[in-house]
Design a protein around this ligand. Structure first.
Ligand SMILES: CC(C)(COP(=O)(O)OP(=O)(O)OC[C@H]1O[C@@H](n2cnc3c(N)ncnc32)[C@H](O)[C@@H]1OP(=O)(O)O)[C@@H](O)C(=O)NCCC(=O)NCCSC(=O)C[C@H](O)C(=O)O
Ligand SMILES: [Mg+2]
Length: 291
């Protein structure tokens, strides 16, 4: 899979045309058009009509994802509208098992744009937490799963574990999700911060998510984008380290060596892989931010 930044994943309710219009000019890496919880049942029909005017080309340079509203994309009208928009991915809410994703992919593949559309899965039920490894593992059965997205609001509701500043109680679950994702090299996106005007708390949640191995943050407001983009971009000192590692292994005297000393620290060839990923991600972020 080509590397792509997913630092800032902005939800936009599909029944808010003004917000959708605004999203066209925002710097987020991903736009998630939401047909699920952000849209009241009585507004679902209007949301589908709005969706009819949108496509992958509506958000150039950004990934376009649609979060479906009906369980397992089982509503035929919704499925038709979603497939006609040809999103980069469909985000499946309330996933409880790998079979849920298999069913959604079968529905997608029934449409003409099918095979080009990937799947993202919300991990936001106790069942999904316990089955995270199997859910990620559905890639082995040919499911085009690319990303796990943590739904902290639903997790708090279903587990009755309060979401408190610092999110200490959630850390073991976060790590379980990250480990499950990495069995298939999937990305992991942190949950939303409901206090959308609290920039300091947003920064600390982004830093926490990054230190736990996540790739980006779910966002609900344009004012949150800059912080997420800055925190999840490789830092200058990381890029410098990665460049130095790559350069060290290409020196003629180090050819064929598996391990080296650099600035008093051991580096192995396995660090070269990590360094290359940092360099590729830094370049991808720069390309995206230049647009
Ligand atoms: C959170 C909000 C309800 C706040 O709305 P409001 O107070 O009206 O915001 P502002 O007045 O500050 O808006 C300023 C301008 O920005 C535009 N805007 C606002 N939000 C967005 C957005 N998400 N995308 C694009 N543009 C946006 C407004 O239109 C204003 O523009 P203008 O009028 O031109 O100045 C609101 O931000 C909102 O609805 N956010 C999205 C909520 C959402 O999608 N929720 C569902 C996803 S989260 C979730 O479900 C998590 C998960 O499943 C879990 O379980 O945890
Ligand atoms: Mg949710």
């Amino acid at each position: 899979m080509p590397i792509r930044p997913r630092r800032s994943v902005l939800y936009v309710p599909a029944d808010k045309p003004r917000a959708i219009e605004k999203a066209r000019g925002l710097d987020c890496d991903t736009v998630v058009l939401d047909l699920e919880d952000a849209v009241a049942p009585e507004a679902k029909a209007a949301a589908r009509e709005t969706l009819a005017a949108l496509s992958r080309d509506s958000f150039p340079g950004r990934e376009f994802v649609i979060r479906v509203g009906s369980a397992g994309m089982s509503d035929p009208g919704e499925a038709e509208a979603v497939l006609a928009a040809r999103p980069d991915a469909v985000l499946v809410p309330k996933v409880r098992s790998a079979a849920d994703l298999q069913h959604v992919q079968e529905r997608i593949d029934g449409g003409s744009a099918g095979a080009e559309i990937a799947l993202w899965a919300m991990i936001e039920t106790p069942e999904a937490l316990l089955a995270a490894g199997a859910i990620a593992g559905c890639c082995m059965a040919g499911v085009r799963l690319r990303c796990l997205v943590i739904g902290t609001n639903d997790l708090a509701l279903e587990t009755r574990v309060p979401l408190e500043p610092g999110r200490a109680a959630y850390v073991p679950w976060f790590m379980q999700i990250v480990a499950a994702a990495r069995t298939q090299r999937l990305d992991v996106i942190d949950g939303v911060l409901n206090d959308f005007r609290d920039e300091a708390l947003l920064r600390s949640e982004c830093l926490q998510a990054r230190s736990l191995g996540m790739d980006g943050k779910s966002l609900i407001h344009p004012g949150q984008i800059a912080v997420a983009n800055a925190v999840f971009r490789p830092a200058p000192q990381e890029v410098a380290w990665a460049g130095a590692v790559a350069a060290a292994f290409t020196l003629p005297e180090n050819k064929g060596k598996g391990v080296l000393a650099m600035d008093g620290r051991m580096i192995e060839r396995l660090h070269l892989g990590a360094a290359q990923r940092i360099l590729d991600m830094a370049q991808a972020c720069e390309r995206k931010d230049r647009r």
